[in-house]
Design a binder for this molecule. Structure first.
Ligand code: SAM
Length: 356
């Protein structure tokens, strides 16, 4: 234990960036509670965290990669001093050039922040079933939340890269990520093993009752006029619009109303609006033209879209597509809000005028 205190003291003295106490305590706790035995660490520095992990349990083995030769040699000394050379394997070199065949229960990313997405992609194949990829420093001393804390150009550039990594995790369909305000900001990403849920499963999970009618595909208002919907509720049309600064909005209003784009632009504090193209529909809402529905808002995990609902829909059941235009479901408007709130998405309910 004394050796560890000495290693930590020396690291701090030499300005070697080792993990904050709260961050490393969280990781040690995670390792114990999740029965982690095989760890890969990217960013050894002088071996402090690797030693802490290995000391938790004799069955734990750590592989750790460092590209700074002096730190690597210091890590070898420290690890040997703690008699852990048999359970800690050190690699010298750029982690992106190290190809490992082994599987790990935990992959801990704690090296060059600008490379986080690359490290994640490079090593995700080494993750064992049920394992997690954890990354540190996602808050970067609070600067990720508040960029004005630095005036340094290269720090600002780095912060932007960290933000990009955070967005990469948020949008990643393969992994589910939890972001924790521990230490300097930690992410825990686990492989998404659940089969992709369909909308009906989600409604069921949220205890939202619905009625459904299958029908011919409806692509436009003319198609809609030809299909007799025998469900109770107000038919809804959904517009996906943007302004010239790429501010996006999903607008849901009764089918009978003629959307007044000028009014919607005012609500958005924008000047002129246009309709988004099929590529933008796919990118932002994961939907194809003709199938747009308020349910699409669940895909806006970066909250890039304003969601506007017409007040007239409030007191009734509504008729919307279940992510495909070959069916219509009838649900309570209040249940739609429950659905949207489940995804922590904001919305605005406004009285939309109808163009004459
Ligand atoms: N995990 C260590 C601890 O808490 O004791 C601290 C690691 S420190 C924050 C990050 C280390 O990653 C530095 O020593 C740096 O030299 C190393 N590093 C940066 N980029 C790297 C890369 N591409 N490959 C391997 N190591 C890298």
């Amino acid at each position: 234990m004394d050796q560890l205190i000495e290693i930590k003291k020396n690291a701090r003295k030499e300005a070697v960036p080792i993990m904050k106490d709260s961050g490393i305590d969280f990781l040690c706790d995670y390792i114990k509670t999740h029965n982690v035995k095989r760890i890969l660490e990217i960013g050894t520095a002088v071996g402090y965290s690797a030693i802490r992990f290995a000391q938790l349990d004799e069955e734990i083995s750590v592989s750790t990669i460092e590209n700074d030769i002096e730190r690597y040699h210091q890590a070898v000394k420290n690890i040997a001093g703690c008699q852990l050379m048999d359970r800690i394997t050190l690699y010298l070199g750029d982690a992106l050039t190290v190809d490992l065949k082994d599987e790990f229960d935990l992959i801990f990313i704690d090296a060059a922040k600008a490379q986080y997405t690359k490290f994640f992609e490079h090593f995700k194949g080494n993750l064992a079933e049920g394992g997690a990829i954890i990354a540190d420093n996602l808050s970067f001393h609070g600067m990720v939340e508040d960029l004005s804390l630095t005036h340094n150009y290269s720090t600002k550039k780095l912060i932007k890269k960290i933000k990009k990594f955070i967005d990469f995790l948020k949008l990643n369909e393969e992994f589910d990520t939890e972001f924790l305000e521990i230490g300097d900001g930690i992410s825990v990403s686990k492989k998404n093993t659940r089969p992709k849920k369909d909308i009906f499963q989600i409604l069921q999970d949220l205890s939202i009752s619905y009625e459904i009618q299958e029908h011919q595909p409806i692509f436009c208002e003319e198609d809609a006029a030809k299909v007799q919907i025998n469900l109770q509720g107000t038919e809804v049309k959904n517009l996906f619009v943007k302004d010239k600064h790429n501010k996006m909005a999903l607008v849901s209003l009764p089918l009978h109303k003629k959307a007044d784009l000028k009014q919607i632009a005012q609500i958005l504090n924008s000047k002129r609006l246009s309709f988004c193209n099929p590529a933008e529909l796919e990118d932002y809402l994961h939907i194809t033209p003709g199938s747009v529905t308020p349910f699409c808002i669940m895909y806006d995990r970066l909250a890039r879209i304003e969601f506007i609902l017409d007040e007239e829909l409030c007191n009734d059941k509504i008729l919307i597509h279940p992510m495909r235009n070959t069916a219509t479901v009838s649900i309570m408007f209040s249940d739609l809000l429950k659905f949207v709130e489940n995804y922590k998405h904001s919305y605005k309910i406004v009285r939309l005028s109808s163009k004459l």
